[in-house]
Design a protein around this ligand. Structure first.
Ligand code: HEC
Length: 497
């Protein structure tokens, strides 16, 4: 079947031009008016890009740019711009205008995948038109609310993952490869911190978060989350996210204690993906820890497993008696919330005490969540994403008993660390959320009101993957870039109010 357009129909060629197509034979028009079927004799396309080329490219152009039918890149949607409307357009088609109804030929979840694909292609297209100036060191850049300058605070690092200020002039930074360094007066220690536990660094495994105890000034405790290498009963190399705390003396971690460690039978093959590994303390002093689902998808729904969860602990590792599943014999008592894929951002909002997390979606479907006690965040039953291969996961994006994200991103940005800005250097940023992203390489500002996202801005991009953004005691923001930590502060020439 050679797709064509119904007779005498005006179609957009590109967004501006309108042409009238010659009449096509009646039989073909009839065929088009009915439900679409897959072209006979052709193998069933098994991934979204192939499926697009086979079923849609003839009319919408091989790059979605538009051909006989309209462009899918221009963000002009005559039949509705939201996901549900675009899904409906594909499912029901426009037989009267020459677009077949695909509902009976393509399963719903693959129609969902097609929408994600259209959004991805649209974003790629838009990115080509949108130019972000790469902020140069010490050159003033403008964002919506503030002018700022980026400068290298500490260079010579390798994939820094987290940063914590222990005192105004003393910080500690972790690197994925298993090293931590003290930074005194902005100077990186010559040697890594000694005494850290062994760290699995294969695949996405590594040394993750470092956070001081809320009462660090008095008790000296510093917490580390990392991929813990172990051997299981069969002698296989396995690993999972573990938390230790210790005190720092003479560039060495001493008085080490394990705060969280899962049972070895719950560890999965060493290396691999999705460890989570973010930590956050609430105002009452409870410690929250994210553990990703290690690629196991449906395990995130299993309350008997530690993976795909947010856990809540006392500062010394004891499990609080008032945790939501503490009295459920089939559940792990440390679980606070579940159905998470891989949360690599976790932050409490000062003032409200609300807990926010970012969660890596698959291809499409990165999420910002408001994490609440005992709730199910739905992975992999509901998601706004599809598999990396372009294979569909599901068309279900919401379900009773499962939480909706506050916002989601299609295509994925690869959302990582988050932080609330509370400093004085950027008064109009006060109380706002900052988001570090990997694939998109963007630093985003997110404005929340009453737990809802009301505005977003890309502050900058083009400086490489950003793993985390951390507020400093000096009121500056510190962004963890691939080989350095950058300081974001008002331009020296811009008088701080
Ligand atoms: C035979 C030609 C033809 C084929 C094949 C076709 N379309 Fe269309 N499509 C059209 C026409 C004609 C329209 C309505 C007018 C327009 O937007 O150009 C349309 C409209 C749409 C719309 C709504 C656009 C809007 O502005 O709201 C979407 C979405 C869409 N098509 C997606 C697809 C997808 C996905 C496929 C492949 C599964 C596909 N189409 C295959 C001809 C086609």
């Amino acid at each position: 079947m050679k797709p064509a357009i119904a007779p005498g129909v005006k179609v957009r060629l590109c967004s501006a031009a309108v042409i009238t197509l010659p009449r096509v034979p009646f039989a073909l028009a009839l065929a088009l008016a009915g439900a679409a079927s897959l072209p006979a004799g052709q193998p069933r396309p098994n991934n979204v890009a192939q499926r697009y080329q086979q079923l849609c490219a003839n009319c919408h152009g091989d790059k979605l740019q538009g051909a006989q039918a309209g462009s899918l890149l221009d963000d002009v949607w005559t039949a509705g711009a939201d996901d549900a409307s675009i899904e409906r357009s594909i499912r029901q088609g426009f037989p009267e205008k020459g677009m077949p109804a695909w509902g009976s030929a393509i399963p719903d979840k693959e129609i969902r995948a097609m929408v994600i694909y259209i959004r991805e292609q649209r974003a790629l297209h838009a990115a080509g038109q949108l130019k972000f100036a790469k902020p140069a060191d010490f050159v003033t850049a403008r964002s919506q609310l503030h002018e700022y300058q980026v400068s290298t605070w500490v260079g010579g690092m390798k994939e820094p993952y987290s940063l914590a200020f222990l005192k105004p002039d003393l910080a500690i930074a972790t690197e994925k490869r298993g090293h931590a360094f003290l930074i005194e007066k902005g100077k990186l220690a010559a040697r890594p911190l000694l005494g850290l536990p062994a760290v699995d660094t294969g695949g996405q495994a590594g040394l993750y978060d470092v956070v001081p105890h809320p009462d660090h000034a008095r008790n000296g405790w510093v917490y580390f989350a990392f991929s813990d290498p172990q051997r299981n009963a069969k002698g296989e190399a396995v690993s999972l996210t573990r938390v230790v705390r210790g005190k720092i003396k003479d560039n060495t971690l001493v008085e080490q204690e394990t705060i969280y460690q899962a049972r070895t039978e719950h560890y999965t093959k060493a290396g691999g993906v999705h460890f989570g590994g973010r930590l956050a303390f609430d105002r009452a002093g409870f410690l929250y820890l994210t553990i990703g689902e290690r690629g196991g998808k449906s395990v995130a729904q299993d309350l008997g497993l530690p993976i795909g969860k947010v856990h809540r602990l006392h500062d010394d590792g004891r499990v609080p008696a008032d945790n939501p599943f503490a009295k459920d014999p089939k559940a792990l008592a440390s679980i606070w919330s579940y159905g998470h894929r891989n949360s690599q951002g976790l932050a409490f909002e000062p003032g409200t005490g609300r807990l926010y997390s970012t969660e890596h979606g698959p291809r499409g479907g990165d999420e910002l969540n408001l994490v609440e006690r005992g709730r199910n965040y739905g992975w992999p039953v509901i998601t706004y994403g599809m598999d990396y291969s372009g294979d569909a996961i599901t068309q279900i994006t919401s379900q009773e008993g499962m939480e909706q994200p506050l916002t989601y991103w299609v295509p994925s940005l690869a959302v990582c660390g988050i932080t609330f800005y509370e400093g004085d250097l950027f008064p109009r940023w006060k109380g706002q959320l900052f988001l570090a992203t990997l694939a998109a390489q963007e630093l985003r500002r997110i404005e929340l009101r009453d737990g809802k996202v009301v505005a977003q801005e890309v502050v900058f991009k083009e400086l490489g993957r950003i793993r985390h953004v951390v507020p400093g005691p000096d009121g500056a923001l510190y962004a963890l870039l691939p080989e350095r930590i950058a300081r974001i502060a008002p331009a020296a020439t811009v008088a701080a109010p």
